[in-house]
Design a protein around this ligand. Structure first.
Ligand SMILES: [Zn+2]
Length: 198
């Protein structure tokens, strides 16, 4: 079946997505931005794909059966905002799935803002890295002035589902393949490959 394929993931994908919308926002993500994410920065970048540009860039892949959110934002207030946007985009009451590109707090420490019932999936290596190094980076973020307000309720939480190298998700009308290719920005860096029926 013919389909359209696009890839993105964290640092790598930020560049791809920024290129897709003709912006240079990926560069902004290299440094520390304002952790407060805003729905005003939501853009559609492909048939099933939306992104909120910010710190970090967060993607939503919307299928008929499920909505996949890629990254949590920092702290529960950002996580709750992303869950609200996911709910709006998937207005048919689809299942909510969350994955994280890597274990750094702005990407993974807003999970508590998502509703009960969200299914969290990440590579096993990323989970191990989180278990091992998560506390140190959470402590470092807690010392940074700009991060402090978001760290009150921030937490790194274990995933429900772990995979080794790849996991194919049928979201309904669009498939997302989660891939762990090996160490990049972090050891557990995740890449997503999307294929929609076209
Ligand atoms: Zn990072």
């Amino acid at each position: 079946m013919a389909g359209r394929t696009s890839t993105f993931a964290g640092a790598i994908g930020a560049a791809v997505l920024a290129a897709a919308i003709g912006g240079g926002a990926a560069l902004a993500q290299q440094g520390f931005g304002d952790p407060k994410l805003s729905e005003a920065n939501l853009k559609q970048v492909a048939a099933h794909t939306y992104v909120i540009m910010g710190f970090p860039n967060v993607a939503f892949i919307v299928g008929d059966k499920a909505v996949l959110v890629v990254d949590t934002g920092l702290g529960d207030s950002n996580g709750a905002l992303l869950a609200k946007v996911a709910h709006k985009l998937g207005y048919k009451g689809q299942k909510l799935i969350l994955t994280t590109t890597h274990f750094h707090p702005e990407h993974a420490a807003g999970q508590g803002g998502f509703p009960a019932g969200v299914q969290v999936i990440r590579p096993r290596v990323q989970q191990e890295e989180m278990d091992q190094d998560g506390k140190a980076i959470m402590d470092a973020f807690a010392r940074a002035e700009a991060m402090k307000p978001f760290m009150q309720d921030a937490a790194l939480v274990k995933a429900d589902t772990l995979f080794d190298r790849e996991r194919d998700l049928d979201l309904g009308g669009v498939r997302a393949r989660l891939l762990w290719y090996g160490a990049a920005h972090t050891r557990g860096m995740l890449m997503q490959l999307l294929r929609s029926r076209g």
